[in-house]
Design a protein around this ligand. Sequence first.
Ligand SMILES: *[C@@H]1O[C@H](CO)[C@@H](O)[C@H](O)[C@H]1NC(C)=O
Ligand SMILES: *[C@@H]1O[C@H](CO)[C@@H](O)[C@H](O)[C@H]1NC(C)=O
Ligand SMILES: *[C@@H]1O[C@H](CO)[C@@H](O)[C@H](O)[C@H]1NC(C)=O
Ligand SMILES: *[C@@H]1O[C@H](CO)[C@@H](O)[C@H](O)[C@H]1NC(C)=O
Ligand SMILES: *[C@@H]1O[C@H](CO)[C@@H](O)[C@H](O)[C@H]1NC(C)=O
Length: 382
Amino acid sequence: MRRKNLQMIALLLTGVVCLVIIMNKNDFEHDVTLKNKDVYEMLRQQNDLPSFETLQPLSSHCHRNMSAYNVTGFSALPNHIQDFLLYRHCRSFPMLLDVPNKCGGPQNSADVFLLLVIKSSPENYDRREVLRKTWAKERLHKGVWIRRVFITGTSKTGFEKRRLNKLLKLENSENQDILQWDFNDSFFNLTLKQILFLEWMERWCPHVRFLLNGDDDIFANTFNMVEYVQGQKGNDGSKHLFTGHLIQNVGPIRQRSSKYFVPVQVQESESYPPYCGGGGFLLSGFTAKTIYKMSHSIDLLPIDDVYMGMCLEKAGLKPTSHFGVRTTGLNVPSENVDKFHPCFYREIILVHRFLPHMIFVMWNEIQNPNLQCGRTNSTFKN
Ligand SMILES: *[C@@H]1O[C@H](CO)[C@@H](O)[C@H](O)[C@H]1NC(C)=O
Ligand SMILES: *[C@@H]1O[C@H](CO)[C@@H](O)[C@H](O)[C@H]1NC(C)=O
Ligand SMILES: *[C@@H]1O[C@H](CO)[C@@H](O)[C@H](O)[C@H]1NC(C)=O
Ligand SMILES: *[C@@H]1O[C@H](CO)[C@@H](O)[C@H](O)[C@H]1NC(C)=O
Ligand SMILES: *[C@@H]1O[C@H](CO)[C@@H](O)[C@H](O)[C@H]1NC(C)=O
């Protein structure tokens, strides 16, 4: 009797181990095919598991570049950089969620004046919700249309990944504002995300006039933004515009510990071209299309805003500086002054790093008709 129990336990444990191996293989290594169908089916009958076929890697998934292993010093590089080198050439991923009609179809897309393109990770549900009802609300303002899309990949693996995908699917059926591709939504895949968006835009919104490209933790004064862009005399979106927090005369960070670490194996050159900080920048439809064209012949670089700068440089275009874009935050005159005073946010068009609840408060305050802001006196009082 005891022996039988032990055997049962051993069998059960083997099953669990097999299952874990099968599931991990599928999610971590797209290029490994599941072979043990019989074992899986046996376990599936006893558990609530998806069918074997739905776990099969998609054939369009891209394979590792084995030559990357031969790069000098490869094995000493941090994991995410090794990963980047192995999959650097992959630019095509299946779409999981789409909103092809976002701009009313390619022919009508010139009717969209400002498309808000917001980089978001699957788990950032609260940020997306607050943006939907504040600065990223789709609306007609001063006679022109503002539209919104969130661009995202996938997070986690296995059940957790499927659960987050369900969340996004629900959000999309309610709001029609999510573009999702089946790639790991990691910091070093941000350039890939941008390129996939530009490819999508060329197909579905080729005539959109202007775009705001930014993170989901910014506060953007989209009223000011529309006015600023409308003030671009002679540019209806068909000419160059690329403006934001301009960064010049910098190069790759070579410190291993930095989030932005780019080793020589990824980029040899010690300098970056001028670019605008990726927290948020404004660009014309013309410039977005030009960047996409240039990207075909430039190897991906993991830092997405620098990559945009490289594409601009190749096209002979220059990014410019906009005083109202503060991706590093605001310079508040003194410590006694509330840096969240709405008067600071009346003048700007974009500030980085806002918590969702502060976005909500600020969005309402800047629209308060009783708000009194002296233009020359920055010591605001309530
Ligand atoms: C890696 O380098 C070795 C030795 O030079 C060579 O034989 C091999 O073909 C290389 N592998 C790849 C995938 O380039
Ligand atoms: C694969 O990696 C090697 C070494 O980094 C690189 O020279 C080569 O261009 C890569 N191949 C592709 C298809 O990207
Ligand atoms: C995604 O990338 C991050 C950073 O490189 C890594 O920690 C994580 O394990 C990756 N997730 C998957 C599912 O590959
Ligand atoms: C980018 O996403 C692909 C697909 O999920 C993944 O294979 C690769 O490891 C990711 N790259 C990085 C640097 O996270
Ligand atoms: C700014 O406002 C404060 C408080 O109302 C006042 O004390 C100060 O004199 C003003 N400064 C200027 C330059 O107007």
